[in-house]
Design a protein around this ligand. Structure first.
Ligand code: SF4
Length: 469
């Protein structure tokens, strides 16, 4: 599946190699955003920043890294789900206030940003970007509270939707999470100092040990006085994004405190229990279907074969301007091995189906490569609704399951049998006791209401996006 997460964020405090650690964390989080990236570091007295369009390896050359000094800082990798893909929208978003420098990195998507922006504009605010993130910064600086932390605490309850945030201030860093806990954000301990990151895989390369996931609505202040947690007085129903386990997060990460690998494997095992067809082998659509396919093959007792090989050096499909070249790059990316699948009945495991166009191409290629019967198992239920909390799903009209039944999809993509994992089994695969997840893209039940403004904003963004593709 080709889907894009909207961002990865990280922050470090109390380590003289802060820039290097943030840099390595952004490398580990690159799968969460490949359009742009940025780092700001500081010592309290001075700060330095570097950012640009492109991958972490393109933007941060050795000479550039040498300019980033200080014992704390924050970083960001971005894929735009709101705000266009443009240099002015690169994060961290940096602002000057009363002679001091502040910055913010944001993962998520607000559902009330249109009305917040309108009300700020009525009060005279002017905006440099189209980011939700800039709205948050304006609101914080306009708060009548005195200290930066008090201002953050004053403003966060006004913001609705998904936000995991890391702030940079002259005193240190502050991490914060929305009360629904839509997006992951975890805390790690470095040999010297602390770090936070969207996923725990960012800790491994940086040499940090995982401490815990931030609590819903928690604000974590990390500065020269140590580390201080501020929890909300009231808890609301949590709505952790279940899609982090299905597709987005890396399998070597823990998100929301749970191993992504274990959850993904369990999705495959549970899918096997509900799968009535059989074949001679199980083949994953790499890479995101691979772990579920292992669980599936072990449960079914069928051999696991890498019948499709992924070319890791092909760029993203959506930057190709013409449909023909987009299709070509989808095909170059995944190539079936004729010697493995030729003349065989196969079970293909996919993590999810969005528009259905890439699935159809892949099945066509498998047929051309000689597969006899092709059955497909999908390790989540049909995606029928858009996401307003920061994931790049199109609207229902473009989602294949938004307009077609499972039988019709089976025919459309050209498989001999198509089985989606049931909702109950998907939820049972994640071993977080008593936790509540957002499942709105499957059910249409949105845990935080997203009114017409959020829908309009998404439609406008999608129209703009299609124009660029
Ligand atoms: S709608 Fe789907 S993708 Fe969006 S936050 Fe909810 S579960 Fe995640």
């Amino acid at each position: 599946m080709e889907l894009k997460e909207n961002c990865g964020i990280t922050g470090v405090y109390g380590n003289k190699k802060a820039a290097e650690i943030i840099h390595s964390a952004l490398f580990s989080l690159q799968h969460r955003g490949q359009e742009s990236c940025g780092i700001i570091t500081g010592s309290g007295k001075n700060h330095s920043s570097a950012m640009g369009m492109g991958l972490v390896s393109d933007v941060f050359k050795p000479a550039c890294m040498k300019t980033l000094r200080g014992h704390f800082g924050i970083g960001h990798v971005r894929y735009s789900t709101t705000g266009s893909s443009s240099p002015k929208n690169i994060q961290p978003f940096i602002a000057e206030y009363r002679g001091k420098t502040y910055a913010i990195s944001h993962n998520g998507n607000l559902v009330n940003s249109t009305s917040l922006r309108r009300s700020l504009e009525k009060r005279g605010s002017i905006f440099r970007t189209s980011l939700d993130t800039e709205i948050i910064m304006h609101m914080i600086m306009m708060s009548r509270k005195e200290s930066f932390i008090e201002k953050i605490l004053d403003v966060l309850p006004e913001i609705k939707g998904a936000f995991s945030l890391v702030f940079f201030s002259p005193e240190g860093i502050v991490a914060a999470k929305d009360p629904w806990s839509f997006r992951p954000l975890c805390l790690g301990k470095l040999e010297e100092g602390y770090m936070v990151a969207s996923e725990s895989c960012a800790f491994d390369f940086a040499g940090a040990s995982y401490i815990r996931e931030l609590e819903p609505g928690e604000v974590l202040v990390i500065d020269g006085k140590g580390i201080k947690s501020i929890l909300p007085e009231k808890r609301v129903r949590t709505a952790r994004c279940i899609f982090e386990f299905i597709y987005f997060a890396r399998p070597d990460s823990r998100v929301f405190g749970e191993s992504v690998y274990h959850a993904r494997k369990k999705l495959g095992e549970n899918l096997a229990k509900e799968f009535p067809h059989t074949g001679e082998m199980v083949i994953p659509i790499p890479d995101s279907g691979s772990i579920s396919a292992i669980g599936f093959s072990q449960k079914k007792g069928l051999p696991f074969e890498m019948g499709i090989v992924r070319n890791h050096y092909v760029g993203r499909t959506f930057i190709q301007p013409l449909q023909e070249s987009r299709e070509k790059s989808v095909r170059i990316k995944l190539n079936p091995i004729k010697e493995v699948i030729g003349g065989k009945d196969i079970v293909v495991i996919e993590d999810s189906i969005v528009r259905g166009t890439t699935s159809r191409m892949r099945i066509t290629d498998l047929r051309k490569s000689g597969a006899k019967k092709i059955y497909m198992g999908v390790s989540c239920p049909p995606i029928r609704h858009p996401c307003f909390y920061g994931i790049d799903f199109p609207d229902s009209r473009q989602l294949i399951a938004g307009k077609k039944s499972v039988k019709e999809i089976e025919k459309e993509i050209g498989v001999d049998g198509l089985i989606y994992l049931s909702m109950e089994s998907m939820l049972a695969s994640i071993r977080l006791p008593g936790e509540e997840f957002c499942t709105a893209c499957f059910t249409g039940e949105y845990p935080v209401p997203c009114g017409s403004q959020a829908r309009l904003k998404k439609e406008r963004f999608e129209t703009g996006r299609r124009g660029k593709e």
